[in-house]
Design a protein around this ligand. Structure first.
Ligand code: URP
Ligand code: ZN
Ligand code: ZN
Length: 449
């Protein structure tokens, strides 16, 4: 074998056991005892995990006058250093654009830069004329997942959302939804601006808990009615969790992701001096929502954890220091997601197996990454070595993104990844990126709907 990782503890979604992991030609070749190979890595005292999969990032994305701070290279470099070996990016359709052209446009940008493997979702803006048909062409191209925004100026009408749901059911695709109530948020925002209430706390109040919860319920109602599966991105509120659980108990294919920022923080962050740095949508919610999210993770209703990595430089965020409406929405997270969830496992909140399920196995299964998600012979050798005894206090100066701050500054994690392999190649070791741009490959996918 090319590489054998010896004496570590292998983690699957159901168990943890001592074994060697053998790698040949970039694939997992064997899990067993006394394996031999050309290169031996001693993983005594370490956990051996599948690489994380972040199904929600916004790299090299323009939003009005702002651009996200991470290029495809910087974002995938940061991913590698946080144990993430597959990154999904949102390819934002232009008005009038065939969705396959959207994907190709982003693939051309991403391919020479990607340090780990990557995939795309198409964020749908326009299904007028024959553009709806380009959803099927995108599926055939290997991109069977699409995002609909119910908010922002790129949000589609309810009718177009419903048509896209119907189409997705026909063609083996799945819609992801950013669920918030645009009109009520607009109303509350205008009211607060008029009253001069523009501090970061009013970002939270303008997107009150119910504005997400009721939109989640509506989106679920439409998906069920259209006979379509639905994936709720960045679920952040208790009412949304309740709607999800109700749909799941009724047997519907409604899936949900949450993000570390909703699990580690509460809306109290918007009262901090640096509260504007936490401006994202949906905003970080209150304690009850935070607890509901954790309970849903423990009970198996939340399927995945992803980041919504959408970093903007501090000068951009500072535009929202005293007026939340001026801040670009989004925070960095691709490098801290897997370490944070593993740290919660290390502290006993969930099991390591559940952490692997949330960040690796379940995203691979739900998003059709057949070669990813577990340490199983035949799959890609995307492997993370994790030291449970290494405590790390997060500092942006040690991060590998191009953004100049992190909302995770000073948060101490219990345990940390020490090595990451992408298809058998070492891309991260002990705090250093050792990979290269262009190593990552586009993953063509097919759903198991
Ligand atoms: O505030 C956020 N989350 N910005 C990124 C775009 C989105 O809504 O996912
Ligand atoms: Zn969103
Ligand atoms: Zn997002």
């Amino acid at each position: 074998m090319d590489l054998v990782i010896k004496n570590g503890t292998v983690v699957t979604t159901s168990e943890m056991f001592s074994a060697d992991v053998g790698v040949q030609n970039g694939k997992i070749a064997a899990i067993g005892q006394n394996l031999s190979g050309d290169e031996i890595v001693d993983a005594s005292g370490l956990l051996v995990l599948p690489g994380g999969i972040d199904v929600h990032t916004h790299l090299q994305m323009d939003v009005g006058k702002f651009s996200t701070a991470d290029s495809y290279f910087a974002g995938t470099r940061a991913a590698a250093c946080g144990g993430v070996t597959t990154v999904f990016d949102f390819a934002l359709q232009d008005f009038g654009e065939n969705m396959v052209d959207t994907i190709k446009r982003r693939e051309t940008l991403c391919a020479p830069q990607a340090a780990v493997d990557y995939a795309f979702h198409v964020a749908i803006k326009d299904i007028s004329g024959n553009l709806l048909d380009s959803m099927k062409q995108a599926v055939e191209y290997g991109v069977p997942t699409f995002k609909i925004y119910m908010v922002y100026d790129i949000g589609v009408s309810d009718g177009d959302f419903y048509r896209a749901l119907e189409e997705s059911a026909k063609i083996g695709a799945r819609i992801s939804v950013h669920a918030e109530n645009r009109e009520i948020i607009d109303l509350l925002t205008k009211r607060f601006v008029k009253e001069g209430k523009t501090d970061p706390w009013h970002h939270y109040l303008s997107r009150a808990e119910f504005t997400e919860g009721e939109a989640v319920s509506r989106a679920i109602t439409w998906a069920v009615s259209a006979g379509a599966p639905l994936y709720i991105v960045h679920l952040a509120c208790k009412e949304g969790v309740e709607a999800l659980i109700k749909a799941r108990k009724a047997g519907h294919k409604i899936y949900a992701e949450t993000c570390p920022q909703y699990l580690n923080f509460t809306s109290e962050v918007y009262k901090r001096e640096d509260g504007h740095l936490f401006i994202c949508s949906p905003p970080v919610k209150g304690k009850e929502s935070n607890e509901a999210l954790w309970q849903a993770i423990k009970d198996g209703y939340i399927d995945t954890v992803a980041t919504d990595h959408c970093p903007f430089q501090k000068t951009d965020k500072d535009e929202g220091l005293t007026d939340f409406t001026k801040s670009p929405n989004g925070c960095a997270g691709v490098e801290t997601m897997f370490p944070y969830i593993l740290s919660e496992a290390n502290r006993g909140r969930i099991s390591f197996s559940r952490a692997v399920e949330l960040c690796c196995t379940s995203p691979a299964a739900l998003f059709g990454c057949a070669d990813k998600g577990s340490l199983t012979p035949g799959k890609d050798a995307d492997i993370v070595l994790y030291d449970p005894s290494l405590d790390v206090t997060i500092a942006n100066k040690n991060m590998h993104s191009d953004v100049d701050h992190t909302i995770w500054e000073d948060v101490t994690l219990s345990g940390y990844p020490v090595q990451t392999y992408s298809k058998g190649k070492l891309v991260y070791k002990n705090g250093e990126f050792v990979g290269s741009p262009g190593w990552g490959r586009f993953i063509q996918r097919k759903l198991d709907n």
